[in-house]
Design a protein around this ligand. Structure first.
Ligand code: FE2
Length: 316
């Protein structure tokens, strides 16, 4: 079965194609800049849609007539951006008479990571710009054991990066490598929940007093320790035998290292997918679309964005 997946929750327009669990295309274009302007980003996605769709079809050597299913990221995400994938999926579904499936973006990150790492039932640490959650699979849906009570960790890192005239979390990771001295910053874990705004505010206040590299180093160490503590508590509770980290911030090597150390201490396996699948991409949407029950097909009138679509609301 060939499934085409469209991703457009935030800064990336991605279109992936999967053929019987083999990814045959994963094309994308991202709008770079400091922060995300909803309308400008949605305009970008609409403008490059045809280009990315054509590139994906050419790479996969298939035509739209060959597609068996169309899947789109239904949420969570930025409203105007989400609208691009839902309109695209509706158009292809109507024009070529193909069934359309709405996919939860968070579940797509989880499922593609499980598929890539081969870990079937892990504790999932999902870290991205808009989300930070500790998750386990329970039956036909995922349960969120702990999560950020304010902003996503990636959002916090990006906000701080802009305050020091850098683009985002990637630059913080580079600067942190030259950091030597740890400075105390607010650390806030409540059970398996976390908060990041206090940490962000205090780090910003220290910008002119502390060397940039040391501040980035301290910010990463504090935020990632909070994630590890919440994840470790969930691991002790659920007794899972493996840990998977996924989402945009999962690309950070220091976070991977800290979570692996924690997993090793519990004699658990640790897994992380390649960066291509932790960054937003269409292949993960196509993958989930291909494993959903056919009864989950959406009527065209229901192919609409769900801006605050929670991980635990999605069923296969
Ligand atoms: Fe994402």
């Amino acid at each position: 079965m060939i499934c085409l997946g469209i991703e457009s929750t935030a800064h990336t327009l991605g279109i992936g194609i999967i053929d019987n669990k083999k990814i045959i295309a994963n094309e994308k274009k991202m709008l770079f800049g400091k922060g995300i302007h909803p309308r400008k980003t949605a305009d970008h996605h609409a403008c490059v849609f045809d280009e990315i769709l054509t590139a994906a079809l050419n790479k996969a050597e298939v035509s739209l007539k060959d597609i068996d299913r169309v899947a789109f990221s239904q949420g969570p995400g930025i409203g105007p951006c989400l609208r691009v994938s839902s309109v695209g999926a509706r158009a292809i579904g109507l024009m070529y008479d193909k069934p359309v499936f709405g996919v939860n973006h968070c579940v797509a990150h989880i499922e593609i990571s499980k598929f890539m790492t081969g870990l079937k039932d892990p504790l999932i640490v999902y870290v991205s710009g808009g989300n930070t959650q500790i998750i386990v699979r329970e039956g036909i849906h995922y349960s969120v054991l702990g999560e950020t009570l304010d902003i996503g960790i990636g959002n916090m890192l990006d906000n701080f990066a802009r305050e020091i005239n850098e683009n985002g979390a990637r630059e913080i990771e580079l600067l942190a490598k030259s950091g030597k001295e740890y400075v105390q910053l607010p650390y806030s874990v409540k059970g398996m929940d976390m908060t990041f705004t206090g940490l962000q505010t205090d780090a910003i206040k220290k910008i002119n007093r502390i060397r940039k590299e040391d501040l980035c180093f301290s910010l990463q160490e504090t935020a990632y320790s909070m994630i590890c503590e919440a994840a470790e508590r969930a691991l002790a509770l659920t007794k899972k035998r493996s840990v998977v980290v996924c989402g945009g911030v999962a690309q950070n090597k220091r976070l991977q290292e800290m979570l692996k150390t924690m997993a090793d201490d519990w004699k658990c396996k640790f897994g992380v997918a390649a960066n291509e699948f932790n960054a937003d991409n269409g292949a993960m949407i196509a993958y989930v679309g291909s494993i959903m029950k056919k009864e989950k097909r959406l009527a065209i009138k229901n192919c609409i964005p769900i801006q605050k679509y929670r991980t635990d609301q999605f069923t296969f």
